[in-house]
Design a protein around this ligand. Structure first.
Ligand code: FMN
Length: 346
């Protein structure tokens, strides 16, 4: 059995039930979260033979940042429920694999503390109704060395989770969440997600921070084009791990349309959601992703093995990708092309 496949069960033994449920759950009826991995497994490969694959390279750049492997950690909350050092432990694990971490704007670690690790990090931001809060968070993140801003665009309202009994919100303690909320007497309305955004927000974020802006939550080619036209440096094809609109299309199926819509624009395309195997990563990269993000597996790995667990997760997936690249007959990521992939029996 793969170590990766043991992680969720091992994590469930260590976590309070409400935390395990929070990490694993999707919104509403759980359709999108349930379909994500299965959708990646519908792809079939058209491998080359008689290609020299004696040397395979996994290194690439993401927004100009060199990484040892095209597997990044998606922004998520509640790391301090998984490990006492929370995002710091996650970041150290990511750093040892020479990758990049997305830091949730709801994190339980201050930007300053994270910055001191020296691990490259991208700030995930929700624009909230009171723009002063967002602006002050952005300024603090820039001062602490964030390398990019990831605008989560799929959350005009928060997806509905169908919980019974104790929830993670009953367990979370001060300091485990929202460590970067600027001081102030904020109301719930101030903190509610902005539901009046349009693509101009991309330019405003770029101007305020001087950083590349990546839009997370894109599932359609036309929206990807709007983001590119508005100056985004990247997009993440994502349905938020099935935690926003339930029944949203699997990212495995959205990726080809999105990649095609922005081909030649220079924008970098990333993808997340249900990616659990080297073959899934191979399909994603061949279909136009520059790199993939993993969400829940990193939370399980953090719970089970702290920093070393996160490093092992990323390197194990890298080893699987290396193996799959050799089998598909392609020695370098830059040589991957969509014709390597087809639908199940197309
Ligand atoms: C527990 C949890 C918390 C999350 N918190 C955030 C968040 O604060 N901001 C965000 O943009 N995405 C958040 N996400 C979504 C992830 O960034 C990512 O899109 C998703 O987990 C990828 O799917 P995967 O878990 O199947 O790999 C969260 C996901 C999980 C599981």
């Amino acid at each position: 059995m793969r170590w990766i496949d043991t992680l969720e069960t091992a994590a469930a033994e260590r976590l309070p039930e409400a935390v395990h449920r929070y990490f694993r759950q999707g919104s509403a009826g759980g359709i999108s979260v349930g379909e994500a991995t299965a959708a990646w497994s519908t792809y079939r490969f058209r491998p080359h033979v008689l290609n020299d694959v004696s040397t395979v390279g996994l290194g690439t750049t993401v927004l100009g940042e060199p990484v040892d492997l095209p597997i990044l950690v998606a922004p998520s909350t509640m790391h301090r429920m998984a490990d006492p050092d929370g995002e710091l432990a996650m970041a150290r694990g990511v750093g040892a694999a020479k990758s990049v971490i997305g830091l949730s704007s709801n994190a339980g670690t201050t930007f300053g503390e994270l910055g001191k690790t020296g691990v490259p990090w991208w700030l995930q931001i929700y624009v909230v109704r009171n723009r002063e809060i967002t602006e002050r968070m952005l300024d603090a993140a820039v001062a602490a060395g964030a390398r990019a801003v990831v605008l989560t665009a799929d959350t005009p309202v928060v997806g509905r989770k169908e919980d019974d009994g104790e929830t993670v919100w009953d367990l979370v303690r001060p300091g485990q969440l929202l460590a970067n909320l600027p001081a102030g007497d904020w109301t719930d309305d101030d903190l509610a997600k902005a539901d009046d955004l349009n693509p101009d927000v991309i330019g405003r974020l770029a101007e305020r921070t001087g950083l590349p802006v990546v839009v997370k939550g894109v599932l359609r080619g036309d929206d990807a084009k709007r983001c590119a036209d508005a100056g985004a440096a990247g997009i993440i094809v994502s349905n938020h791990g099935g935690r926003q609109l339930d029944g949203s299309i699997p990212t495995a199926l959205a990726l080809p349309e999105v990649a095609e819509a922005v081909a030649g624009s220079g924008i970098e395309v990333y993808v997340d959601g249900g990616i659990r195997r080297g073959e899934h990563i191979l399909a994603a990269l061949a279909l136009g992703a520059r790199a993939v993000f993993v969400g829940r597996p990193a939370l399980w790995a953090l719970t089970v093995g702290s920093s070393a667990g996160v490093t092992r997760l990323l390197t194990d997936l890298g080893t699987e990708l290396d193996h799959a690249l050799r089998l598909v007959g392609i020695p370098s990521l830059s040589s991957l092309t969509p014709d390597l992939v087809t639908g199940r029996f197309a």
